[in-house]
Design a protein around this ligand. Structure first.
Ligand code: PAF
Length: 278
């Protein structure tokens, strides 16, 4: 496995090979990321993972500075999981000057839910993902569906900009108690870690009851918010939306329920696709 820090070196390393399968990350890798590598390995071509903590997608009050940088440990996990190339650019390699050209996803998708709680977040994500795609030139890129809205936005960007890359959405990997794996789980205290699986349980409760007669969408969302608040969470949203564009659902639309909530100082997100609508 090669560890590469510059774009020219990356291009030289990949020249003459089939288009790579790409897993973009911000490092601090866990089993969820490694399952994305596993998915990428099923395709022909080398597997490239990027590790870059992207300042552009963090608001000034967010955790950019304390976001764990664990390059050595990440590289050894990537080596064990069969990754071929790690692309770990410095900030000055990816942003040699102020990034004044930025890519804005449509407001109807990027300014709701996560985008409402984290203004500018998806502009930062789209801009860096586009730059990483230009550097790596992958045939396929694998994104975790835990970040459901990010996955949809990247798919939309690729479609509308005619980028020659296929976007694959990989299922969320969970601990045995249901907590979705996330780099931010490491911020939780022991007591918070015990409480954290509630977020998934609450979403499963909605998925279970959504098909039942007599309970409406708003009622299900409110019930879930109330349970979280009762147990010390500060929810940003619990929202039942249609899967395709996270818009307000019409009868018969396939649905997903998404949530973001703060437990102590840690903000967690999760989602569950719903079989039947309320
Ligand atoms: O999901 C992430 O880890 C990041 O948002 C990504 C896609 C690597 C862009 O920085």
């Amino acid at each position: 496995m090669r560890i590469i820090h510059s774009i020219p070196e990356l291009r030289a390393a990949l020249r003459g090979q089939p288009a790579p399968s790409f897993v973009p990350t911000m490092g601090n890798l866990h089993a969820g990321h490694l399952s994305l590598i596993e998915t990428a390995r099923r395709r022909a071509g080398p597997v490239v993972a990027s590790i870059f903590v992207n300042r552009l997608q963090f608001a000034p009050h967010e955790d950019f500075d304390r976001y764990p940088r664990t390059l050595e440990r990440d590289c050894s996990a990537l080596l064990d999981s069969g990754c071929d190339v790690v692309f770990a650019p410095s900030e000055s390699e990816l942003y040699p000057e102020a990034q004044t050209y930025q890519l804005h996803a449509p407001s109807s998708l990027a300014d709701i839910l996560e985008g409402r709680s984290r203004p500018g977040f998806f502009t930062g994500v789209c801009t860096v993902v586009l730059k990483l795609f230009h550097a790596v030139q992958p045939g396929i890129a694998v994104f975790g569906k835990k970040d459901y809205q990010q996955w949809l936005i990247v798919k939309g960007m690729v479609a509308q900009l005619n980028l020659p890359v296929e976007i694959h959405g990989a299922e969320t990997v969970r601990d045995a108690d249901g907590l979705a794996l996330s780099s931010r789980n490491g911020y939780l205290s022991e007591a918070e870690r015990r409480e954290a699986p509630r977020l998934h349980r609450v979403l499963q409760g909605i998925a279970r009851d959504a098909g039942g007669a007599g309970i409406g969408r708003a009622q299900l969302e409110e019930r879930a918010m109330a349970e979280l608040i009762e147990h010390g969470w500060q929810p940003d949203y619990v929202a039942i939306r249609r899967r395709f564009d996270l818009g307000e659902p019409l009868p018969g639309d396939p649905l997903v329920v998404l949530a973001a909530a703060r437990l102590g100082g840690t903000r967690l997100i999760d989602n569950v696709e719903i079989a039947r609508g309320p």
